[in-house]
Write a protein that binds this ligand. Structure first.
Ligand SMILES: [Zn+2]
Length: 572
């Protein structure tokens, strides 16, 4: 049994995520966690809401709520949706937790002691009306290049020119609209990433099993142009982790907080501490996952994220952990994703374009979405959600292949043998062939799941389902029954066992349907089919079952068209 630590990139707190976000890290991480648990490994699966920073403050202000209350509320909304999609986190934490305050301040103190923090004076725009410094993107004005009057302080959206806030003509606060701005001097802390380049390069080069894409992105940031730059880790904001040197004050940094990028990944660790504390366990319970001097050296740590997060997780976060001089567990494998597009364009949170997690669950059960999203995960390239493709995939894979098999077998058995596993008869060469075919495909499914090849795993699972249908088609127990009822009984006994086998294999993808299949069989044996022949005799003659309801209702054309138009425009 191995110990596997799995983290999913943290969803930001300000609003409900769309399906593209979901398939970009949380959902495939859940698939992997569920699979590893099914194989008997000890898993710690961690995610959390990322709650600090200016966007959270502004979203709270827009909602007319104090930022802490807003974050508490949105955390609950996101946690509820995660449960709705059956994301099986061991803990879904909050980056604003006391644990994360303590650990973030601890890390900063350690980095300071190691000489890896620089104090830098900067000039920054201060808004008198708002009573705060403004981050570059919260300053608006006229673009000096193209004349667009809503250019942001970091970039003009119209002509894409990179800007400094002081380049803008007639600058104003994007928060209040005030033009009463001045440039003030302020002091910030920088993480001296440049000083850690060699250490980071050696570490990345040692990761020979990483996809070339991941390693090349990291090395590019490390070495291209001026190479890896030192990075500010503090901000002049109210909402966040107050800057402290461990448990001590940090002179000159009063009233400042750590920048959200610094505290967010530390929350992977802190959320595990939150888990331990919520279970009434001591620190040793989480440290054995994260401290190599306290038991974590045999942990395999896998991170899931969108490709835009790769530089950060290969450079900045490891720099924090290594720089602390403490034996923190570093990532062993990074699984990153491209983007999911929506019906000829992009999903967009700001424009409300696409299907959002709450909307998805309001129209269909989670398994429908899980199956489509995972079987079309944007792995080697971007992929696209279209309603036609979604409908076809649900109707064919789930309803025609899996659902139909379950329905045919249980209904036929009920009509000829009653709702019990039939006894008698001996299976023959066709059944032996099925076992051989299943064994080959299941072993292949296992390797693909181990390798986190999400789409290929889904394709293999579909092929495993299809083997059952092909078998039934050829064996045709409904015909055999007329001449050899004992053989038909043996075939149906095998087929009922096949349903249990499919529940076990399919559970990481479609947990609710798997649970329904297992419950219908009156069984709770989720043991993995290490040996297929044995796995197909778990249900013994005489065991009662209940013919299940329709597992997957097909999506009719009118319904698809209705959803297509409902979700074509702006979210209401
Ligand atoms: Zn411009």
């Amino acid at each position: 049994m191995a110990r596997i630590l799995i983290t999913s990139a943290l969803p930001y707190i300000n609003g409900i995520k769309h399906l593209g976000n979901l398939v970009g890290s949380q959902l495939p991480a859940d698939l992997y966690a569920r699979y590893m648990r099914a194989r008997g490994h000890e898993v710690m699966f961690i995610c959390a809401t990322d709650e600090h920073g200016t966007p959270a403050e502004l979203a709270a202000a827009k909602a007319g709520k104090p930022v802490d209350a807003y974050c508490a509320e949105m955390h609950e909304v996101q946690a509820e949706l995660a449960r709705g999609f059956r994301l099986s986190f061991d803990h879904f934490g909050r980056s604003s937790s006391p644990e994360n305050h303590d650990l973030t301040q601890h890390m900063a103190g350690r980095l300071k002691a190691a000489g890896l923090i620089a104090e830098v004076s900067e000039k920054q725009v201060y808004s008198n009306a708002d009573g705060r410094f403004l981050p570059d993107r919260y300053i608006e004005g006229t673009c000096p290049n193209c004349g667009y009057d809503r250019a942001r302080g970091d970039q003009c959206e119209n002509c894409t020119k990179q800007l400094d806030p002081t380049d803008l003509i007639n600058p104003r606060s994007a928060i209040s609209g005030s033009t009463d701005l001045e440039v003030r001097e302020t002091k910030h802390l920088f993480l001296r990433q440049k000083a850690m380049r060699d250490q980071l390069r050696d570490w990345i080069r040692s990761k020979t099993d990483w996809p070339i894409l991941t390693t090349s992105i990291a090395l590019k940031w490390l070495d291209d142009g001026d190479g890896l730059q030192d990075r500010g880790i503090t901000r002049d904001l109210d909402w966040g982790v107050p800057v402290r040197d461990g448990t001590q004050p940090w002179p000159g940094m009063e009233g400042k907080v750590f920048y959200v990028w610094f505290d967010a990944p530390i929350e992977y660790i802190s959320a595990t501490a939150e888990w331990a504390h919520a279970q009434g366990l001591g620190d040793a319970a989480w440290e054995r996952w994260w401290r190599t001097d306290r038991g974590a050296d045999d942990v395999r740590y896998v991170e899931f994220m969108g490709k835009d997060n790769v530089p950060f997780h290969t450079l900045s976060f490891p720099a924090t952990l290594m720089g602390s001089g403490e034996p923190w567990k570093l990532v062993d494998y990074i699984k990153s994703f491209n983007y999911l597009n929506y019906d000829g364009g992009q999903f967009s949170t700001s424009q409300g374009r696409g299907v959002f997690m709450d909307q998805a669950l309001s129209i269909l059960p989670p398994d429908f979405w899980r199956w489509w999203l995972l079987s079309h995960a944007p792995e080697s390239s971007d992929s696209e959600f279209t309603w036609e493709n979604f409908q076809a995939s649900v109707n064919k894979d789930l309803a025609d292949v899996l659902g139909n098999l379950v329905s045919r077998v249980t209904k036929f058995c009920r009509s000829k043998f009653g709702e019990v596993v039939p006894e008698g008869g001996e299976t023959g060469p066709r059944e032996a062939q099925l076992v051989a075919d299943l064994t080959n495909r299941i072993r292949s499914y296992e390797s693909l799941m181990e390798a986190m090849e999400v789409r290929k795993s889904a394709a293999e699972l579909r092929a495993i389902w299809a083997l059952g249908n092909e078998y039934l088609q050829e064996a045709a127990p409904w015909t055999v029954y007329k001449t050899d009822p004992a053989l038909a009984a043996a075939q149906i006994r095998l087929a009922l066992n096949l349903i249990r086998l499919y529940a076990v294999l399919s559970r990481p993808f479609i947990p609710d349907a798997a649970a329904s299949m297992m419950a219908a069989l009156g069984c709770d044996d989720w043991s993995w089919p290490d040996e297929v022949t044995a796995a197909l005799t778990r249900l013994q003659p005489g065991q009662p079952f209940a013919t299940p309801e329709v597992l997957f209702a097909k999506i009719p054309d009118e319904q698809r068209e209705d959803w297509q138009s409902r979700f074509s425009g702006i979210r209401g």
